[in-house]
Each structure stands twice: as structure tokens, then as C-alpha cells.
Design a protein around this ligand. Sequence first.
Ligand code: ZN
Ligand code: ZN
Length: 411
Amino acid sequence: MEQTRLVKYADLIIKAGINLQENQTVVISSPIETAGFARVLSEAAYDKGAREVVIDWNDELSKRIRYMKAPSEIFDEYPEWKKQFYQFYADGGAAYISIAAEDPELMKEVDPERIMRAQKVANKANKKFRDRLMSNENTWNVVSVPTVSWAKKVFPDLTQEKAVESLWEAILTSVRVDTSDPVRAWQEHKKNLEQAIDWLNKERFQQLHFENSLGTDLFITLPKGHIWTGGAEVSQQGVDFIANMPTEEVFTLPHKRGVNGKVVSSMPLQYNGNLIENFSMIFEEGKIVDFSAEKGYESLKGLIQTDAGSAYLGEVALVPHDSPISNTGILFYNTLFDENASCHLALGKAYPVCLENGTALGETELDKAGVNDSLIHEDFMIGTGDLTITGIKENGHQVPVFTKGNYAMKW
Ligand code: ZN
Ligand code: ZN
């Protein structure tokens, strides 16, 4: 990829993504395969006034070797220094950039139980840090850069080089880098999303009903005081930032105990190096009471059984079927992209910012208000070209929200 476009991408992430403040520290989590781009990001951050750029390298192949060969007991351990690493910079007000790029099926030979235990112990150790980010106490941004193994999965018929090049093109187009002023293009994009957000916030639906021919027939109650949001976030210090690039979704939280019916997945879900495909779940009073998966059943089971909150929903997000990423027709096997091509739900923790006054409430009050808590937050895609969503108001009045996969309203 040409250096000038990479620099433009990095500038966009630093300026609009985390919206770096003078003298702020930046922590970048990067796979070693994407080191080249992490360095470009690092330079861009210093050029824009960063105090220090700290890089948290990870190597998925070493991780796989560890999963395959290490004695079982280590998967219940998490080192204190690593927990302190994240917490230390968070306490100092750092901004976090995470490069999401993984081989979607790297861990398929690994015992899913090992992955589940390791994930659980890591999430538990880092709960305070993760809660901090999910409450926007620190600014954060998730982006992607191609790796060879990921690109080959997305474009199996192309040569390695062509596959990487094609994935780069798809990524850079989706984040609007090739516009003359990408930061401005994002401001306009935000305004477009705000039209849907404003409408949904005005309608104040008590319930949403999702239906399609895959078999989804799901009622989702929205808690009193729910807030639809999307496009951009505001940190608790008042700094605008963009948590995901790309982002095409508007989202809020379901009432933890107010979800009933069946939901069927519309795309594979990549979770911890495994693919979960053609899966469905049945909800009663918010809780998953039954589930199935044609592929990756054990991974799905591990995900749902992580803790008490992982069998409940924490997010409902709307994305038109006719949207830029969906229209590329590419299945990315990476949730950052696939979730922005499809309406989706998330298992696990809800964003307290989606409830009026939510960030000021304690654990018990949040639960009472219907805000789910969990060690996990995992989006999965349910949108299709024939999806219907009906909004139901407190007085029973019904309003079409989506017809044939797209907003029923035109703005
Ligand atoms: Zn989402
Ligand atoms: Zn989510």
C-alpha cells in the first residue's frame, strides 16, 4: 500500500478516532504482522503532540503454540503486571488504539475450553479497565490492517499479494480515507447517522419486533431512559472520539430481562480464532434458554456460559442492508466490519452511556434499570435483506422501523 495513503489513514485515526489531546499518552495494541502500520501510527501520534506512544505487541502464532503445548493450569492464571500495564496508562488518561486483525480460524484445533478459561481470567483481571473504556472514561478506537492469513480467508482465490491489496482497498474505502478531507467526511457521515438517532430517540419505542425468513422472531424491550447513539462518542472529559472505524451502526441497549423469542444468525461469527456458523438462540425474559450452531457449537457454548450476564443481551444495533460495507458484498470474518454491514445484537455487557444518567449509577442500580453486566461483550449479526423491524410504543401503537432490510423512514 502506498505510504501516502497509510499516513492519511494514521492521521485520521489520531485526529478523529482517538482525537489525541496535547501531551496525551497513546497505547497501541498491535499484532506483530502489522508492525509497519503501528510505526506509521506512532509517528503520526508524536507529530500531533503525543507525550508517549506505548505499543502492546501480540503474536497470534505464539499464542496458538501456547494453547497447544502449555500445561493446562496456566490458562487459569493472569499475571498481575499485565493487569497493571493496562490500568497504569488508563489511570494516566491514555488513549487506546487497537488493531483488530486475526486469522479467523487459527485456533480451530485448540481445545475451546482452554480458550474460554484464558479469556475469562483475562477479562476478569481487566474488568476495571474494560469498564472504564466502555464508560468512555478514556478515549479508544478500534481499526483494522490486513494480515496475510486473514486476507487469504476473505479472498481465497487471489494470490497472497493480491488478497492483501484487496483487503487494504476494502478497509481504506470503508473508512473514507480516499476523500479529499477524511476528517470532514467523517463529520458528514456522523450527521447522517444522527438523523436516524434523533428519530429513534424521539419515537421512544418501548419494544422492537424483529422478523425475517431465516426464522428470527424476536421482541426486544428497551428500558425507560434508553439512548440511541452512534457515529461518535463523547468521553467523560468532553472529548469527541470515534470508537470504531468503520462504523455504520446506531445502537442502544435492550432491557436485560425484556427479550423474548428466537433469533437466527445471518453471518458467521469469528470468536477467539474460531468460526461459529448458522446459529440460533431462544430467549425467555432476557435469558438464552436454548441455542444451536451448525459449526462452532462449543465456542458458542463457551461464550454464552462465560458468566451470569453472558446469556443476556447488552446491545441492539441497526444497520441498513443497503449500506456501504454491506454493498461491497465482502464477508470479512472480522466483527469490526461484518457488524457494520448488518443489524446486530451483542451478548454480554451493555454500554452504560446508552441509559440516561447511566455512567453515574452503581452496579445494583444499573441491573435494576435493565442494564446487563458481563465479562464479555460480543456482537453477532442478524440483519438480512428481508428484515422487518416494528417499533411498538407504550400505548401499543406500531410504527415501521425497517422494511426489507432498510429504514422505513426517509430523511
Ligand atoms: Zn455494535
Ligand atoms: Zn458491540
